[in-house]
Design a protein around this ligand. Structure first.
Ligand SMILES: Cc1ncc(COP(=O)(O)O)c(C=O)c1O
Length: 392
């Protein structure tokens, strides 16, 4: 028998997939679902981006390069300057990626020595499972740190023992945070970055929800560097910002020495975004108007869902940014409440699917349209009134 990578046996199924299977069964039975489970909003990609893509499909097809088109790297640098006030060199500090997921997954291949003493990858639980999985497939160790409501769902490197930090090669942070929607300020980045640098840990900041903020613009970790990008990488994406999940387009931005390493590594992987996607991405990064419009749509959805949860006495935590709403499971059991909601044709994600630290909480991804959110809330309210769902 062909041997197997032991990391595969540790997967236990992609956590969100099981729930999707259950919802899929209901759909197959003809049920209409209010689906708040996957972070892939229903709003269309702006027309100018679609047109940029189709206009760039030429008669001859060529391999894209891992370094990407200079126009795209310039557009990313321009966005960092306008949005974050950070000066980025398009040649030394930027690499395009095929969305941020693959870039996150592949990062350990450039920095993790499977035979060395720094094989751990630290990340916050609940969190995006790909941080830990990338570590495992690279021959390292996933080292999740439990986050709590009391700590604002923020990973605190300053509270970790020195030996745990010394074993780590990467610390992942992710704000605005999936699944809790928690945010941080530049001061927090400064504090965490200082600890990471003290222990020679790469500070990797997953910033794919950067543009989905409501009170104050979410900062980038790069704002905390004061121009010295050593030991820091930010992972940005057009998926959520510009409604381009299917285009697979993002960028890795930061430490020039690490960017050089990734430029060496990534041609071996074959994840350079196609040239026509890069043209569409250049158009997207260069425009801010559509981002503001999308943010207003998400704000309208929040204005439907948040007051309802409050009125129902359901405790909301985090949920300051992103299109996620994170709430405590009425009755205390997130799996049971997810199932009860599913019986009402409302699909949410049990917090434990983002790691044991999410147990007792649920995530709603505000992906249905505003009208879809209203319909779901009406159904939810009716179920509560009829006593089919536990109250708070
Ligand atoms: C926290 C987080 N990081 C990264 C990603 C990957 O996004 P993409 O590959 O579409 O850029 C997601 C997707 O949902 C996410 O929630």
């Amino acid at each position: 028998m062909v041997t197997s990578n032991p990391a595969l046996a540790q997967l236990g199924g992609y956590p969100l997939a099981r729930l999707q299977d259950l919802a899929g069964q209901l759909r197959a039975d003809g049920a209409t679902l209010h689906d708040f489970s996957i972070g892939d909003p229903d709003e269309p990609t702006p027309a100018f981006i679609r047109e940029a893509l189709t206009g760039a499909v030429g008669p001859v097809s060529r391999y894209p390069t891992a370094a990407g088109q200079r126009e795209l790297r310039e557009a990313v640098a321009g966005w960092f300057a306008r949005r974050h006030g950070v000066e980025i060199d398009p040649d030394a500090h930027v690499l395009p990626s095929a969305g941020s997921k693959e870039a996150i997954f592949h990062l350990p291949l450039a920095v993790l020595d499977p035979g060395g003493p720094k094989r751990h990858v630290v990340w916050g639980d609940p969190g995006y499972p790909v941080y830990g999985r990338g570590a495992m497939f690279a021959g390292g160790v996933s080292d999740p740190v439990t986050l709590t409501a009391e700590d604002g769902w923020r990973l605190d490197l300053t509270a970790l023992p020195a030996d745990r930090l010394d074993r780590a090669c990467i610390a992942w942070v992710n704000h605005p945070h999936n699944p809790t929607g928690a945010t941080v300020d530049v001061g927090w980045y400064r504090q965490q970055l200082a600890v990471a640098r003290d222990h020679d840990v790469l500070f990797a900041s997953d910033e794919c929800y950067q543009e989905v903020w409501f009170d104050e613009p979410a900062p980038s970790a790069l704002e905390a560097t004061d121009g010295d990008l050593t030991g820091v990488l930010a992972f940005v994406s057009l998926s959520k910002r510009s409604g381009m999940t299917g285009y697979r387009s993002g960028a890795i931005v930061g430490d020039p020495e690490l960017i050089t390493r990734l430029r060496l590594l990534r041609p071996n992987i074959g994840t350079a975004p196609p040239d026509f996607v890069q043209v569409a991405a250049t158009a997207a990064w260069s425009d801010q108007g559509h981002v503001d419009e999308r943010r207003a749509v998400f704000a309208a959805k929040r204005a439907v869902v948040l007051p309802f949860l409050e009125e129902a006495g359901i405790e909301v935590s985090g949920s300051e940014a992103t299109f996620y709403v994170w709430f405590r499971a009425p009755g205390g059991d997130d799996a049971a409440y997810t199932e009860a909601l599913l019986r009402e044709r409302i699909v949410a994600s049990p917090g434990r699917s983002f790691g044991p630290g999410g147990t007792g909480w649920l995530r709603l991804a505000l992906v249905p349209t505003v009208d879809g959110c209203r319909a779901a809330v009406a159904r939810w309210r009716e179920a509560l009134d009829a006593g089919r769902l536990p109250g708070s």
